[in-house]
Write a protein that binds this ligand. Structure first.
Ligand code: ZN
Length: 127
């Protein structure tokens, strides 16, 4: 079953790689005593995710929500907005909205002609 989680993607001049760690949740609970199913590693341009396993059941949606949360951390970091990158509540909302957009969008405008030699309106209006 395909998901919206890529193995890698471009972000400005960097390639962000996505890795799966089947023991991520177990390790994070042992080390930090907290539930952690994803992390964006800003210094290595990597996102690490807990994949669904027999010992860590998770739906496709939960897996994708986790990726889009980490993806949003990465977007804010790439935009130079560490203040937003560190705002977990905002990151969750934006990540969820991005995923909702991708899973709910319908139709597209396919019959448009994209002119490369257009005459901008401001020329006609003498501005
Ligand atoms: Zn987070």
């Amino acid at each position: 079953m395909s998901s919206l989680v890529p193995r890698s993607y471009k972000s400005f001049n960097k390639t962000i790689k996505v890795h799966l760690d089947p023991l991520m949740d177990k390790k994070s609970r042992e080390q930090q005593k907290e539930w952690n199913t994803g992390i964006f590693m800003r210094h290595t341009d990597e996102i690490e995710l807990q994949p669904p396993t027999r010992k860590f059941a998770m739906t496709k949606e939960e897996f994708e929500v986790t990726f889009f949360h980490e993806f949003t951390h990465q977007l804010f970091y790439a935009a130079g907005r560490n203040d937003l990158c560190d705002d977990e509540a905002l990151v969750t909302v934006i990540g969820t909205l991005l995923l909702q957009y991708l899973t709910s969008k319908k139709g597209s405008f396919t019959n448009l002609h994209y002119y490369t030699d257009y005459e901008p309106y401001y020329k006609e209006e003498g501005i």
